[in-house]
Design a protein around this ligand. Sequence first.
Ligand SMILES: NC(=O)c1ccc[n+]([C@@H]2O[C@H](COP(=O)([O-])OP(=O)(O)OC[C@H]3O[C@@H](n4cnc5c(N)ncnc54)[C@H](O)[C@@H]3O)[C@@H](O)[C@H]2O)c1
Length: 422
Amino acid sequence: MATTKRYDVKDLALAPEGVRRIQWADRQMPVLAAIRERFEREQPLAGYRISACLHVTTETANLARTLKAGGADVVLCASNPLSTQDDVAAALVDEYDIAVFAIKGEDNDTYYSHIEAAVDHKPQLTMDDGADVIGVLHSARREQLGDIVAGTEETTTGVIRLKALEADGKLGFPIIAVNEAKTKHLFDNRYGTGQSTIDGIIRATNVLLAGKRFVVGGYGWVGRGVASRARGMGAHVIVTEVDPMRALEAAMDGFEVLPMTRAAQIGDVFCTATGDKGVITAEHMKTMKDGAILANTGHFDVEIDKSALRSLATETRHAREFVEEFTLADGRRLYLVAEGRLVNLGAAEGHPALVMDMSFANQALGAEYAVQHAAELERKVYPVPEEIDREIARLKLATMGIEIDQLTEEQAKYLASWDEGT
Ligand SMILES: NC(=O)c1ccc[n+]([C@@H]2O[C@H](COP(=O)([O-])OP(=O)(O)OC[C@H]3O[C@@H](n4cnc5c(N)ncnc54)[C@H](O)[C@@H]3O)[C@@H](O)[C@H]2O)c1
């Protein structure tokens, strides 16, 4: 049953495999499934056109199904040229009648034409992972800004950009910053990215991490996750930071902290996770060991200076799927994984569904909240309301079969008092 809508995916024949994998992920997403059931009954998004620019993965498919169940007319495009799972894109079109514009490995022009196609949907709600749709709406499509009730943003880098837009007084509609929810960044950024980043590096290179020097650029939520998982695999982990507090935390968590200039000389595997640009530059590449592996898990492919790597190299060659070999003038070889793009989505499947369950519960409930509170929301970046965040945590615990204690009345009173002491 192909959709009657426009779409651009690799091959609809991949749909059956996509359906199986979407169902597999769905089993790990009980909170989102419960929201989907309620949405089906209550239709909170009835009649809303949503343009979603997210990684086209099995988990995103279950979010798109949820939004559709809530009555929305959803169009999905990719938020990264390498992160699309082609079978999932096909399944969404063929089985779930959701229009998708995304092909794994698409070039930059196709990537942006797909975003344009999503914007052509004339959205009233937007969903971004990195603010790309919002970027187009605030530049080439400003005439559409007035139609939009609100947007949601999934990741740290997107939220930073949207806050900058708000600070400039240029934000065109309210944003719910999903990344700011505790049930998002504490778990997705840390445990989801931590595990899937290691997964991506290993799938691409088959490197043994035990005994290796593994350098993590940045000790934010993502960096903490990557560092702890790399340590769990037996690597000696070195952290680089620019923030003294985060560097101190990394040191007291037991990691070696070094500036990148020194880490570059001894690292075997490098993974940037800063959201910043130019974290690994020509200066560092010139001193790296033969065989060093370079990967990035921050949002954009600007953390490793790829043009520096290209200009330092006398020869480049495709070494394995998702691995490019760069031979430098003195014969040393450096290996770039997944073109320096998000390695967990480029070379693996992104976060496990169990953790995306919470991130996408925030997306679905954030969209519902935005619609319900459209009249009072201003052109600002709002956090996900705490009641929603706590409710998601409560539901997640319940689905994991974990019970917790309740405050007694006496304890609640004690914790709210100042005059009871020794
Ligand atoms: N791969 C994924 O699936 C995935 C998932 C979530 C977030 N992200 C992205 O990962 C990036 C990091 O997210 P986060 O939530 O950890 O952000 P964060 O703000 O918590 O952490 C970033 C850290 O990087 C440090 N930093 C900045 N510039 C640096 C530099 N030049 N050298 C060393 N350290 C530097 C900052 O001090 C900070 O501690 C963002 O781009 C985010 O969008 C990716």
